[in-house]
Design a protein around this ligand. Structure first.
Ligand SMILES: Cc1ncc(COP(=O)(O)O)c(C=O)c1O
Length: 389
């Protein structure tokens, strides 16, 4: 994979081990992005009225084929939080209703659900999923303990942000459907990372980011909703799509896609990103990155005498893993790693435990992970920061 490193724009002064937060865009895809921006500036009227829309359809068609969805069931959004806000804002929640979720969800979306549940008198139930997680069955059992006759919808991550674990979204959706619940899945980390076929998954609502593992520039994500539910959601921004002069195929598309002036060049890079992933055989690149996680996760935990958050298998792990670290304050360790070792890696607290999250991507080698290990051992031996195991 070493030869692929040069394709990325990342500053080589740093060891970048945080693909998970904002992704990283390779040069050919970034050039495609700039090409769209230039076209827009050269002929803004034609772009917004004609060309941009034609390209947007092509982008959605390419994305639809990639994730197993009808392009008419997809709207492109800047980020997954925007997408879930569309849903949470107009979900028909009444006092006493419950949205069942876990205590591993992404912070911005916990806040979204907290806000809208509080507003309507509903409850956001963050069911505890114990760490270390031992099996899929254990997850499923723990999750459904949070179910009650008041549960109206479920919201779970397919790959969690902080615990960096693959959750059994398909099994949860299947059971939820049998119970008549609305199923909402946060797949921010999924596209380009693990296989995704929305026809198979059968979530009613799904969001994913293209700017993480699909490698587009920032600000390219999507909201998918099945035809049965997609027209139930108000636009977050009331614009030209409300009572549209020339109504499109659905309210879903009009409400969430038709807006005035905005630079959606990032949306148009999806076909170039998919071509890039195919050209460089990213399935094989991704498999090598996943192997790096499987080979290093336990060793990294051993430095601190802690345990992986889940079984070290491909059922639970992709290209990210979170290492529990026995410290109180995440920032000090993050700053030492960044300032002294020039390692960019997130350190954060989840449910009272501090974690360090490693991401692997084509530009990360075993040498980089060895350097991280060296830095962590040195910090442990030369500072009071890390408690001895
Ligand atoms: C699980 C998960 N959901 C959603 C998001 C979306 O992030 P945002 O909308 O803040 O860009 C992220 C980003 O890291 C994430 O990890």
């Amino acid at each position: 994979m070493e030869h692929l490193k040069d394709l990325f724009l990342l500053d080589s002064a740093y060891t970048h081990l945080n693909h998970g937060s904002f992704g990283a865009c390779p040069k050919p895809i970034f050039e495609d992005y700039q090409k769209w921006q230039l076209r827009l500036e050269r002929e803004p009227v034609d772009f917004f009225v004609n060309q941009g829309n034609i390209q947007l359809q092509k982008s959605k068609a390419a994305l639809g084929a990639y994730i197993g969805a009808d392009p008419d069931d997809i709207v492109l959004t800047t980020n997954p939080t925007y997408a879930i806000n569309i849903i949470a804002k107009s979900l028909d929640l009444n006092p006493g209703d419950e949205v069942l979720s876990t205590n591993h969800e992404y912070g911005a979306l916990e806040r979204t659900w907290d806000y809208y549940c509080e507003k309507s008198g509903a409850k956001f139930i963050q069911q505890e999923i114990p760490i270390p997680l031992k099996s899929k069955e254990e997850f499923i059992e723990a999750f459904w303990k949070g179910y009650s006759e008041n549960t109206k919808a479920i919201f779970i991550s397919q790959i969690t942000s902080m615990s960096a674990t693959i959750f059994p979204a398909a099994e949860i959706c299947k059971r939820a459907k049998e119970l008549g619940l609305l199923t909402i899945v946060d797949g921010a980390h999924v596209p380009g990372h693990i296989p995704l076929d929305l026809k198979e998954l059968q979530a009613d609502i799904y969001t994913g980011a293209c700017h993480k593992w699909m490698l587009t520039p920032k600000g390219c994500s999507f909201l998918y909703a099945t035809k049965e539910v997609q027209n139930n959601f108000d636009p977050v921004i009331i614009s030209w799509g409300y009572k549209a002069d020339v109504p499109g195929k659905s309210l879903f598309l009009d409400y969430h896609q038709l807006q005035g002036t905005r630079d959606y060049s990032a949306f148009l890079t999806i076909p170039a990103a998919i071509d890039f992933l195919e050209k460089y055989d990213w399935t094989s690149v991704s498999a090598q990155c996943k192997q790096l996680i499987l080979e290093n996760y336990q060793d990294l935990c051993d430095i601190f005498g802690t345990q992986p958050v889940c079984p070290v298998t491909s059922e639970f792990l992709g290209q990210i893993c979170s290492i529990p670290v026995p410290i109180e304050h995440p920032n000090e360790l993050k700053e030492i790693l960044f300032n002294r070792y020039k390692i960019e890696i997130p350190v954060f607290k989840l449910n009272g435990q501090v974690y360090l999250r490693l991401s692997t991507q084509a530009y990360v080698s075993q040498k980089d992970i060895d350097y991280l290990k060296h830095a962590l051992i040195e910090i442990k031996e030369t500072t009071n920061l890390l408690k001895q195991p």
